[in-house]
Design a protein around this ligand. Structure first.
Ligand code: PAF
Length: 281
């Protein structure tokens, strides 16, 4: 497997693949790879000929009080994991390779980032679009793979691809979970033993809330129950919301045949956990 440090190295590698008639699959990551990433890389390996993974902790998607500097960086084991599933190249740029000192062009998003994580993480999705757009331009993959745990990210990237006519097919992988239901995340390693024991309640609370919504159709009441239970078990709540999967706007009444996202972000200490259930009523 090749480790590529510059954009030019990636362009040369991609040209070699194309010249030998191979399709290119791309898995963008910030490293600290876990089974969720492994699952995406395996899908990429099975659906395309040559897979490249990027590992870049993107500073523009972190707010000033977020965990950019302490975000886990585990390059050696990341490289081993990628190699073990058949990835052919890893792109590991530094910040100077990706960004000029003063960026004059930025992304702006309307409506899609007003709720869920967009409301409390100002500027986060603009930073995600900026880096994903750059990575798509550098790699120019046939298919790119993202995990549905970051469902708002998936919806916003899909809109970018559609609205800017980017020539890439998106493949969304299901959330991979621990046996007790906790969604895998690079941030789970921050949890103390006590917090780790509380964390699986998040998925259980979402599951119970979805059932109550579907059975009673009383959305606000079900959300209030979920908020109450989440506080009782020890979470500090950022949000628990039900939104449309098309425009990510909150929903008060559900309609048969429509698809919804029930999503939550909570804190245990300083660690922020997110999860969601994507379902059709
Ligand atoms: O989901 C992530 O790990 C990041 O947001 C991404 C897509 C790699 C962009 O930095």
């Amino acid at each position: 497997m090749q480790i590529l440090r510059t954009k030019q190295d990636v362009r040369n590698w991609v040209r070699e693949q194309r010249d030998s008639g191979k399709s290119v699959g791309f898995v963008p990551t910030m490293g600290a790879l876990h089974e969720g990433h492994k699952n995406l890389m395996q899908q990429a390996v099975s659906q395309t000929d040559s897979v490249i993974v990027s590992i870049f902790v993107n500073p523009t998607q972190f707010g000033p009080n977020e965990d950019y500097s302490r975000y886990p960086r585990t390059l050696e084991s990341d490289v081993e994991i990628a190699e073990s599933v058949g990835v052919k190249a890893v792109f590991v740029p530094d910040v100077q390779e990706m960004y000029v000192e003063k960026q004059h062009i930025t992304f702006s998003i309307t409506a899609l980032n007003e709720h869920l994580c967009g409301r409390s993480r100002k500027g986060h999705f603009e930073g995600v679009l900026q880096v994903v757009n750059k990575l798509f331009n550098i790699v120019q993959p046939d298919k790119a793979f993202f995990g549905k745990k970051d469902i708002q990210q998936c919806v916003i990237i899909r809109k970018m691809v559609d609205e800017l006519d980017l020539p890439v097919e998106l493949v969304l992988g299901e959330t991979v979970r621990e046996k007790d239901g906790l969604a895998l995340s690079s941030r789970n390693r921050y949890l103390s033993d006590e917090q780790r024991a509380i964390a699986p309640h998040l998925y259980q609370i979402l599951g119970a809330c979805k059932l109550e919504i579907v059975n009673s159709e009383l959305v606000q009441k079900a959300l209030n129950h979920a908020l109450f239970t989440a506080e009782q078990v020890g979470f500090r709540i950022d949000y628990i919301e039900l939104v449309n999967d098309s425009d990510l706007q909150p929903v008060q009444e559900i309609i048969h045949g429509k698809t919804y996202i029930l999503a939550a972000a909570v804190f245990l200490g300083t660690t922020r956990l997110i999860d969601n259930i994507h379902f059709t009523f």
